[in-house]
Design a protein around this ligand. Structure first.
Ligand code: NAD
Length: 348
């Protein structure tokens, strides 16, 4: 394969994650960076990268094949369009931008340039997601009727631009874009209904958490939740199928699947609670169920850039496609509408 040079615009926390990751990928080199902050320019020098003096200087350098945009969300659009017009291939951090209208302008610029434009939806490579997708794809719990996907923390929104609406802050745009992309990648159906509510526990201006319920065409309900004031976390995933349930507790992939082995034995012995008796909620006995380890799927996040390079070499097609990115962007707009109106919104 040909060797490719990538230049980073915005060498902050995530820009540096890309730098470190790319160091371990064959045929790809970080050839320079540009950041508006002098301390990040110095950080580049300290790590053996020559910083460009301006975005224009970076874009005018013929050795740059790919531009990575890892700035705050509000400036993605301007930088991506400039890079495409300069004839560069572009990888943009998520969320690609702040609205479907802005995204359309970026897509138009990509089409005019004939260059590759894709988005870093890296959480498609998360092993917890791939494991639940494995359960879904292979029907391991029978027909799935409910999936709950949660990300909980207790630190509020980090004290940076993520707290400010003008920079595209808030948790829908930050974490929502990841777990919504995962939902649409997992369930190959139309989303018919969207209902969303936001929290403002630590931040009045942007959502510091949300709960979204998507109803897919088959009736499958997919609940997504991001919380930043959760001092006790609920499991990362909870999946209910007609023949069993699965839980993935955390990114460490701890969890289990419980499947029914014998539907015929239904002679539940009622249990006593403090104030009464229940047969419905009596736990199953071991002879009718089987507890199994999760069918774990492993991944390598470096495959993201390997796919970008293989696409540029004409050996593959890009995994993160712009129509998929646009669908998630429109879904986020439906979520903002639902939360503002306190109403269910029709989607597709
Ligand atoms: P950050 O604040 O740590 O870094 C952003 C950097 O961009 C800063 O150094 C800032 O000085 C620089 N910058 C701002 N405006 C600029 C401009 N016009 N030109 C050049 N540099 C500019 O933020 P971060 O956490 O690194 O987030 C950056 C992007 O990465 C965001 O879009 C964020 O959503 C995304 N992100 C993605 C993931 C993921 O897993 N895919 C994780 C974290 C962040």
């Amino acid at each position: 394969m040909k060797d490719y040079n990538l230049a980073i615009v915005g060498l902050g926390g995530m820009g540096n994650w890309h730098r470190e990751t790319i160091e371990t990928i064959d045929h790809l080199t970080v050839c320079g960076s540009f950041d508006i902050k002098e301390d990040r320019q110095q950080f580049a020098r300290d790590h053996g990268i020559t910083p460009y003096n301006s975005l224009e200087e970076l874009l005018n350098d013929p050795k740059v094949d790919i531009v990575l945009c890892s700035t705050p969300n509000d400036v993605h659009k301007e930088i991506v369009i400039k890079a495409l017009k300069a004839g560069k291939n572009v990888v943009c951090e998520k969320p690609v931008t702040l609205s479907s209208k802005d995204l359309q302008e970026m897509i138009d610029a990509a089409e005019e340039s004939g260059k590759l434009f894709t988005v870093h939806q890296n959480r498609r490579w998360d092993e917890d997601f791939l494991t639940v997708k494995n359960i879904y794809d292979n029907h391991m719990l029978g027909d799935i009727f409910r999936i709950e996907s949660r990300v909980h923390g207790s630190r509020g929104i980090p004290g940076d631009w993520r707290q400010e609406p003008e920079h595209g802050g808030g948790m829908v745009l930050d974490w929502g874009v990841h777990i919504l992309d995962q939902a649409l990648m997992m369930i190959p159906e139309k989303v018919k209904k969207v209902y969303a509510s936001f929290t403002h526990v630590t931040n009045e201006l942007v959502d510091d958490g949300f709960t979204v319920e998507l109803t897919f065409e088959s009736g499958l309900v997919y609940l997504l939740e991001v919380g930043t004031s959760n001092f006790i976390n609920l499991p990362r995933w909870y999946v209910l199928g007609q023949n069993g349930s699965a839980v993935v507790n955390d990114w460490d992939l701890s969890g289990e699947m419980v499947r029914v082995t014998d539907w015929s034995k239904n002679d539940a012995v009622p249990i006593r609670t403090a104030a009464g008796l229940t047969k419905t909620m009596a736990p199953r006995t071991e002879e009718t169920i089987k507890t199994e380890p999760l069918p774990v799927v492993h991944s390598d996040i470096r495959d993201y850039y390997r796919n970008v390079m293989a696409t540029l070499s004409g050996e593959s097609e890009i995994i993160v496609k712009l129509p998929q990115v646009m669908r998630v962007m429109k879904l986020m707009e439906a979520i903002f509408e639902s939360a503002a109106k306190h109403q269910v919104v029709d989607f597709e």
